[in-house]
Design a protein around this ligand. Structure first.
Ligand code: HEC
Length: 196
């Protein structure tokens, strides 16, 4: 007999959940986790180093290691925490009620069914979104046509013109400029002009 046999966990009764209707991770599990767990276990915040915003992260677990083994809900840290059997309930007491029994049953059934889930993109840290990144003023690029540059933004335009071999049109005279002003206003009022 191979020596590793003694390591096998005790035989468990075949989980009744196998007879349950197949649970769909995206429509049935993820919304529960999103509503009740993401506040502390997702891209922004990872209590106990745990993220639950993808099925793979959920399984990997946090500081205490794997939170479940597919097919074994009864032996999982995750279900023990949802029911409070582990002594530490999730979500924590001060964060509202426990999950409902039917929600815990869904998660258990999903685990017992092998925890199937599609590949999911890893949600990025919202703090890295461009709108949270402080704008930095880039240095104005050096350009050959420096006399054309009247403000730093012009330098970027001039650099682009030069990289494409374009020359700016000469300055329009007063009459043409005035005419374009009227023309771009849609008739009547003062419009804005793109001439320099
Ligand atoms: C208000 C914040 C908060 C919410 C919401 C929350 N948790 Fe936690 N979670 C924690 C903290 C803090 C710990 C670490 C301390 C502890 O174990 O009690 C933790 C630990 C865990 C652990 C153990 C991780 C490890 O490897 O040690 C699991 C599993 C877990 N949470 C699952 C969940 C699930 C699933 C939900 C949603 C149903 C949830 N948590 C909601 C704060 C939260």
């Amino acid at each position: 007999m191979p020596s590793c046999f003694w390591r096998l966990p005790p035989r468990r009764p075949r989980p009744a959940a196998r007879a349950e209707a197949p649970v769909d991770y995206l429509t049935q599990i993820k919304p529960i986790l999103s509503a009740r767990c993401y506040g502390c276990h997702s891209a922004l915040r990872q209590q106990a180093s745990l993220r639950v915003d993808t099925a793979a992260f959920l399984r990997t677990g946090g500081d205490s290691g794997e939170s479940f083994e597919p097919g074994d809900a009864a032996g999982s840290v995750l279900v023990a925490m949802l029911t409070g059997e582990s002594g530490s309930r999730m979500p924590p007491e001060d964060d509202g009620p426990a999950l409902r029994d039917d929600q815990i049953a869904l998660i258990s059934n999903w685990i017992d069914q092998g925890a199937p889930a599609p590949d999911e993109p890893i949600p990025p840290d919202p703090r890295e979104h461009w709108s949270y990144v402080p704008p930095l003023r880039p240095p104005a690029p050096p350009v050959e046509r420096a006399d054309w540059v009247r403000n730093p933004i012009d330098a970027f335009l001039a650099a682009e013109h030069e990289s494409r071999g374009l020359a700016p049109a000469p300055k329009a005279d007063r009459d043409v400029h005035a005419w374009r002003d009227v023309d771009t206003s849609g008739g009547g009022g003062r419009g804005c002009s793109w001439t320099r």
